[in-house]
Design a binder for this molecule. Structure first.
Ligand code: UT7
Length: 331
């Protein structure tokens, strides 16, 4: 039976490092507040004139090189982001042309923090049915240009950073390897718990000067509701995923979680009694990079030589929507 494996990985972060102390010069905050609440020390900002698809391009080039493929070998592109270059067309189209190819099908996935896992599920399904061979899945974000750098937005601003991560999914007939399982959920009644009011397509025009004056152009988050629901749902989806696949936590080499808040991941590990060293984190260096966080962490782990063939990896994510998801993969 055909399944999908990751045949190449890549990631890219912009060079400009912004520390908690740098932010404390602009808004009323402190390294102590940010680190103790979130585990973040620093993040990267892309700066003026850089598009999300530029970050995606750098990560994609590395993933292609790692897979020993050329852009023209790609059969399909899936691009997960909440910070697309423009309202339309989708950023996957911009990425495609930057890769120097045309005709290849392109799909944007707008699932925020679970974007990479949702995209993995789509790529896996396309490969299983034999529709495509090599699928580029990218998660990329430029948050820094739509964060509110005033005290009113500080609870959101300090958490997010810019990054991109990419994986090439390809078919395998290797028994037991590849994407074994994905589970995708959403509960739209929590849409307003983490959202942005513009664009508001129910109004003509869909963005006004008043929207800017009323701060509707900035993301809003009810942090406590996100925090509580993330722990509840992730503590349910982890055991459910293991049980449905007849494996236990002892079989799992690493959990690669979305990086929203170190405290969320630590509380999950504590509640589920997961031994130290299984749940991986790199939020300290990059903050929350939404759709990029899982492929960025996976790429770092892979390039550090920590993952071996046949290792069982569990991916989990929770975020805006609310959406939450898991995936089990034998490397
Ligand atoms: O990818 C998924 C997206 N997001 C998440 O998963 C985030 C989940 N939530 C969280 O991580 C936490 O809720 C936060 C880290 C965002 C906030 O922690 P909290 O313990 O829920 O803080 P809070 O919002 O209740 O604020 C506590 C205090 C408030 O001051 P008062 O009212 O007690 O005087 C805030 O105004 O901390 C203040 N505050 C800050 N102080 C310094 C809020 N943001 C900051 C800040 N620096 N950046």
């Amino acid at each position: 039976m055909i399944k999908s494996i990751i045949s190449g990985m890549g990631s890219y972060v912009p060079p400009n490092v912004v520390t908690n102390n740098d932010l404390a010069k602009i808004i009323t905050t402190s390294d102590e507040w940010i680190f103790s609440r979130s585990g973040i020390k620093e993040r990267r900002y892309a700066g003026e004139g850089v598009y999300c698809s530029d970050l995606a391009l750098e990560a994609s080039k590395k993933a292609l090189e790692d897979a020993n493929l050329k852009p023209s070998d790609l059969d399909f592109i899936i691009y997960a982001t909440l910070s697309p270059d423009h309202f339309f067309p989708g950023s996957s189209c911009y990425l495609q042309t930057k890769l120097g190819i045309d005709k290849t099908g392109c799909l944007d996935v707008r699932n925020q923090c679970t974007g990479f896992i949702y995209s993995m599920a789509i790529a896996d399904a396309f490969i299983r049915i034999g529709m495509y061979k090599n699928i580029l899945v990218v998660g990329a974000e430029i948050h820094s240009n739509f964060l509110e750098f005033t005290d009113l937005g500080r609870n959101v601003t300090v958490l997010f950073g810019d990054a991109a991560g990419a994986a090439i999914f390809s078919p395998t007939e290797d028994e037991g390897r590849g994407v074994l399982y994905t589970e995708l959920h959403a509960d739209g009644k929590f849409a307003k718990s983490l959202h942005m009011d513009v664009w508001d397509i129910s109004h003509k025009p869909f963005i006004t000067h008043q929207d800017i004056d009323n701060r509707n152009i900035w993301p809003k988050m009810d942090g406590k509701t996100v925090f509580k629901n993330a722990i509840t749902e992730l503590c349910k989806i982890i055991p459910a995923t293991l049980e449905k696949n007849n494996v236990t936590m002892d079989d799992v080499k690493y959990i690669i979680p979305h990086q929203a808040n170190l405290r969320i991941n630590q509380m999950i590990a504590k509640q589920l009694k997961i031994p130290d060293g299984i749940v991986l984190n790199n939020i300290e260096k990059y903050g929350n990079t939404t759709a990029a966080s899982i492929p960025l962490l996976l790429d770092e782990t892979y390039r550090a030589g920590m993952i071996e063939k046949d290792d069982l990896l569990l991916f989990i994510a929770f975020g805006a929507g609310f959406t939450w998801a898991s995936a089990l993969m034998r490397w």
